[in-house]
Write a protein that binds this ligand. Structure first.
Ligand SMILES: [Zn+2]
Length: 394
């Protein structure tokens, strides 16, 4: 078996074609695809996969203006499906065209995550060209609506609900130094505290009005107390549960009674906490505190992604580690995933193991994304070898 593994590693290293991979990455990056507007980039990906002879479907998944792409490579034999999933939307920052300089790819989305999607495509080509996938198959999916706050993750949820879920999933986001086995969930909330009537001068009746400032202060203090309670819920790797207020604004000038105060922040939780119960508890607290003053409170609470936990001793992470070790020489340490991404959705909503692993790239969510080409080649090799490990032949 270990000899086979060495042969596979050599064959895949030879089959992964750097210039073909780079060409795919550049074709994806040169099409601007801000979140909610990734249709043209998805069309380009579908055309690339079609030209390669893969079976390609387009799936609305609740977002018909930019249908998701689903492409398959099948071994012809029964077996498991390994899924590669990526988003082609990018954050709303000025567009930077693709360029390659001294082995480093730059341009909008090269790190997050068109480079990674191109590496996944190249892994499929290498598996096809070598014929080393002897059982099951690979499903590649790509979609829009990933990046918050413009996207809400609903298209990947739609893909999962429509059954586009493999037996395990790899996601080529820019995380490469750990195998993520735990991560907190994230919700974002915005609170508006209002009173009836008009803004009015303090000495012309303003001081008799219900104060949205005092009510807002009481609400924020109640959240501070809740945060102290939540700090007892700790994971040694992922950190603690929290409620955090990042901004608060109220009033226009010092001697006028305003009608509106707004504040916003985040709620983060661990996998043993139910996301809906956490939401309801926070809403209940805010409404209870607001009821003590003569103001109304409106809360917009959006769950971005649920928390997750993945047992690294189970079959899929072990298959991934064998593939990773074959390429890198040693396994990845396990660790917390500091951000939320679509792996959380595949684990919690799809019920399958999912691992975020991509290039060691920098500058995500800035205008200065940089992705070493060698990293994309490495990711393509790890992805192809993981498919061989996870989808054994009959
Ligand atoms: Zn991303």
């Amino acid at each position: 078996m270990s000899n086979d593994r060495d042969d596979n590693r050599r064959a895949i290293a030879e089959a992964v074609d750097e210039s073909r991979l780079l060409e795919t990455a550049i074709r994806l990056i040169e099409i601007p695809s801000f979140t909610r507007d990734a249709g043209a980039a998805l069309d380009a990906l579908a055309a690339i996969l079609n030209d390669e002879g893969f079976a390609v479907e387009r799936v609305d998944a609740g977002w018909p203006s930019a249908p998701a792409v689903a492409a398959r490579l099948t071994s012809g034999a029964a077996g498991r499906t390994l899924q590669f999933n990526g988003h082609l939307d990018t954050v709303h920052l000025p567009f930077t065209p693709p360029a390659v300089d001294d082995g480093v790819l730059t341009g909008s989305g090269c790190s997050d995550m068109k480079g990674g999607v191109a590496a996944a495509v190249e892994a499929m080509r290498a598996l096809r060209d070598t014929g080393l996938l002897t059982g099951g198959g690979v499903l590649l999916t790509a979609h829009d609506l990933h990046e918050a706050p413009w996207g809400d993750g609903s298209q990947v949820d739609g893909l999962i609900d429509a059954g586009y879920v493999g037996d395990a999933v790899l996601l080529p986001e820019y995380l490469s130094d750990r195998l993520p086995n735990v991560g907190r969930g994230l919700a974002v909330f915005e609170v508006a505290v209002r009173r009836d009537g008009q803004p009015v001068h303090e000495v012309l009746g303003g001081s008799e009005q219900p104060s949205v400032i005092h009510a807002g202060a009481a609400l924020i203090l109640a959240l501070q107390e809740l945060d102290a309670q939540l700090s007892q819920l700790v994971d040694p790797l992922a950190g603690r549960e929290s409620v955090f207020v990042g901004q608060a604004h109220g009033g226009e000038i010092f001697n006028q009674a305003p009608v509106l105060l707004e504040f916003s922040g985040t709620r983060r939780w661990l996998d043993q906490t139910d996301a809906i119960e956490a939401k309801e508890a926070l809403l209940e607290l805010l409404h209870a505190v607001a009821a003590e003053s003569n103001v109304s409170v409106e809360v917009n609470y959006q769950i971005i992604r649920d928390a997750f936990r993945l047992d690294a001793r189970t079959e899929f992470p072990q298959a991934f580690q064998r593939a990773y070790t074959a390429v890198a020489g040693e396994p990845l340490p396990v660790g917390a995933k500091p951000f939320v991404d679509d792996a959380n959705a595949f684990i919690r909503r799809g019920g399958v193991p999912a691992i975020t692993h991509g290039p060691n790239a920098t500058g995500a969510h800035t205008v200065d994304e940089k992705c070493p080409v060698a990293e994309l080649v490495r990711v393509a090799q790890v992805y192809a070898l993981t498919a061989i490990e996870f989808c054994p032949g009959p």
